[in-house]
Design a protein around this ligand. Sequence first.
Ligand SMILES: CC(C)(COP(=O)(O)OP(=O)(O)OC[C@H]1O[C@@H](n2cnc3c(N)ncnc32)[C@H](O)[C@@H]1OP(=O)(O)O)[C@@H](O)C(=O)NCCC(=O)NCCS
Length: 394
Amino acid sequence: MAEIRAIRADEMEQVAALFNNAYRIGMTTARGWTENLPPEETIAVVEKERVASFVRMNRYRVWVGGGEMGMGGIGAVSTWADLQGKGYAGKLIRESVRIMRERGDAVSALYPFSHRYYGKFGWASMGERIIYTDTRQDNLMPYEERALVRRCLGEEDIERLDTAYRTYALRFNGMVVRTRENWLRRLKHLMDEKGQAYLIENDGKPIGYFFCENVAAQPWGYECITRDFACATLEAYRAMFGFLAMLPTNVTKITITAPAFPPLIEHFKEPSFTMKWGVPLQYRVVDVERAVAARGFLPEAHGRFIIAVQDTCGDWNTGMWEIEVQDGHGKARRNPAARAELEMTIRQFSQLFMGHLDMVGLARQGLFSSVSIQTLQLVNTLFHDRPVHLIDAF
Ligand SMILES: CC(C)(COP(=O)(O)OP(=O)(O)OC[C@H]1O[C@@H](n2cnc3c(N)ncnc32)[C@H](O)[C@@H]1OP(=O)(O)O)[C@@H](O)C(=O)NCCC(=O)NCCS
């Protein structure tokens, strides 16, 4: 008989063996994944004392609309190859929604192997990214602002890195609040194994940073990849691009992974590079009431509307909600007697909540035709405030 429960401390070697089987990463890496793994963040199907299937719910804090809330980062989802297709992972994913809500999370994020698979459980795709790649130094604008860049000294610069990161991260929905431990881990991983970190300062104030990760390129040299960066001002973007334009000649390929908005095309001399557009991320609202109460809203956002939400993995979210926003704060109250102005599945609501859904834009394309334009405009003013982005992976 299979049971569903958290992993026990003495089962970590079994969990590592499962990771190795599911991800084919070798036992050394798999054991690394189980290091410092808090059992209370885990859930597993255990069948005849064998850990058959596993899910981790990492604990994070994220900003949405400038407000801070608990986020469960789903990761390491795995089932032994000989036990797949029995619905084990699905059971755990369902159960994780209940656990995350109980422990106080408002939203959850994951990087899906299949958008359709997690879509069935309410996670919705968002967070468009562009990978600008296949380019060289001579196609980047050699801005003078590169003089604002200096090497990052590591631990002693964490506060400055975080100042730049916060300013930037608060302009998006879904970015993680980075702790000192998070920064230490990132810097150690980068500096020991992969590359360098740089700070951008103006008049002694941190206005940005960027990581350069180096990987071997074909047929020779190195590819310099920048995906963890924050630029708080136009000057900071110009400093980063100006610096990358001067990288030594053994860097034979430059790649920058950035949110699709704001676009970075102006910082290249010619658009003669590859742009790979992708949506690597899915977010889900775990608790409608808690999420709306914790979210921040723009000062000009105020109003009230009635929405019917349907959540097949969380009854507590299903039903008629009256959502009211005023003075930068929101409230979702149950109002079963009201008539819905809008009906959404939890997936659609998650896209709306995270700021991803441009309902007026969609209506102009002939979509959402059943909803009045006044309601769409109001809902857009309240929720369509910032692009969705997340750099941290789990
Ligand atoms: C993904 C995984 C955890 C699913 O485990 P499971 O216990 O078999 O999951 P379930 O039985 O609940 O669901 C099986 C579903 O996954 C789908 N699936 C499995 N592998 C898939 C793949 N590579 N691409 C798309 N769908 C896949 C099956 O088609 C099935 O879909 P259905 O529910 O529509 O029939 C398991 O295949 C695994 O460990 N894969 C390797 C590691 C991995 O990629 N993890 C996910 C990281 S986000």
